[in-house]
Write a protein that binds this ligand. Structure first.
Ligand SMILES: Cc1ncc(COP(=O)(O)O)c(C=O)c1O
Length: 393
């Protein structure tokens, strides 16, 4: 499988690679120039002709962002909302779900920190029961236990496709087919998987999927999106409404709009929205299958090289693994390692144990150092990274 552009062309269109060794793609990836230009052009139009006027002028291109996201996810534009980040997208669906006391929500050890906090609040608010599904021997969600719990009756399954703190890619499609068999509502956090692995909501079988712009899609910060399938639109009222999400039909009535844009709000970052569309178009034109394969291979190269480096222990779990690699260096805390690398213009991140309480402490692990590769990274960068890790003090 080959990408539509050569690595040289891809790096040539990524100005950031000339300044930093960027292994923080799971934080926020370096955008391609087309994303930057799309945004700055729009900001320039806002400054020149006025914000509302610039938006009116860009109406068609703004609409096209929904078609691009729909193509990325294998759905129709009316099932897509553009929201400021993945967390708020997820929240709009889950906080809006009509839970009743005793509803069971099944989740996994790799669920994202903010989602777990939200579920705990919903437990206090509505008396839902949050049921933890264990990992299997590979470290992915145990689908056998999931089936046992689904058979007892469950309202919702909420899982994270690719966690923030490791290489795992959860078996989202198997979970989806189980949710269909047992008629459970399926919410998939695809924040780290969007742009990293191909996503097709019909094949996955999810009702809701949330994602972000800035990570593997290489879009702008402050952009995210929500897929809301037919059942989601039937069942979920957004937790808040405004004049964009609903129409004020008489002094004492309103009507919620029928499509997924009911989860949006009126004022938004138009430059960001256009930048997100440009990022999605770029990802699609490059070939998602192909870029995904390259991320997987580079992730595995980095993992193997780290595993062969003295004092390093790699902690990724899962049968299928992607571009996020988490590890510890004996005698150096993740925070110190991050700072030392940063001083050499090598970008990494840390995965605090307190952000993965169902996973890292459970495995006896402290805060981890996270290096996350993208398809635009290369083997030379991996070599330089390994040499720097070897020198950590
Ligand atoms: C798995 C996962 N879900 C959700 C989020 C939250 O995304 P956002 O910051 O866009 O709200 C993150 C962010 O790191 C994440 O890794």
């Amino acid at each position: 499988m080959t990408l539509a552009l050569s690595l040289e062309e891809i790096r040539g269109a990524t100005p950031g690679v000339n300044h930093v060794l960027h292994f923080n793609n799971a934080g926020s990836a370096l955008p391609p120039q087309t994303v930057v230009t799309t945004m700055t052009d729009h900001l320039q139009r806002e400054a020149t002709i006025g914000g509302y006027e610039a938006a009116a002028e860009a109406t068609e291109r703004l609409d096209a962002v929904y078609s691009s996201l729909a193509d990325l996810l294998g759905t129709q534009p009316e099932h897509v909302a553009v929201i400021e980040n993945a967390t708020r997208a997820w929240d709009m669906a889950v906080y809006g779900y009509p839970f009743v006391e005793g509803d069971r929500v099944l989740t996994g050890r790799s669920e994202y920190v903010s989602n777990v906090i939200a579920l705990l609040q919903l437990k206090e608010r509505h008396g839902i029961e949050v049921v933890l599904i264990e990992d299997d021997d590979h470290g992915q969600i145990d689908v056998a236990q999931l089936e046992v719990e689904l058979a007892k009756g469950a309202t919702m399954v909420a899982i994270t496709h690719a966690p923030t703190n490791g290489g795992l890619i959860n078996p989202a499609e198997i979970v989806g087919s189980l949710c269909q068999t047992y008629d459970a509502f399926y919410v998939l956090d695809a924040c780290q998987s969007a742009g990293q692995v191909p996503l097709d909501v019909a094949r996955i079988g999810c009702d809701v999927l949330s994602g972000t712009g800035r990570k593997y899609l290489r879009g702008p910060r402050g952009t995210g999106f929500l897929y809301a399938g037919e059942r989601a639109l039937e069942r979920i009222e957004p937790p808040f409404l405004d004049l964009h999400a609903a129409e004020w039909t008489s002094e004492s009535s309103y009507k919620i709009r029928p499509d997924a844009r009911r989860f949006e709000n009126w004022e938004t970052n138009y430059a960001g929205k256009l930048g997100l569309g440009a990022a999605v178009d770029y990802a699609i034109s490059l070939g998602i299958d192909e870029s995904s394969e390259r991320v997987r291979i580079l992730g595995q190269s980095l993992r193997d090289a780290l595993a062969g480096t003295r004092r390093v222990a790699v902690h990724d779990k899962g049968l299928l693994r992607g571009g996020i690699v988490t590890f510890t260096v004996d005698g150096v805390s993740a925070e110190d390692a991050h700072a030392q690398l940063s001083a050499q213009r090598i970008n990494t991140s840390t995965s605090p144990a307190s952000h993965a309480r169902l996973d890292l402490p459970h495995r006896g692990l402290p805060t981890l150092l996270r290096a996350s590769v993208h398809y635009y990274n290369d083997e030379k960068e991996i070599d330089r990274f390994i040499a720097a890790v070897d020198q950590l003090r």
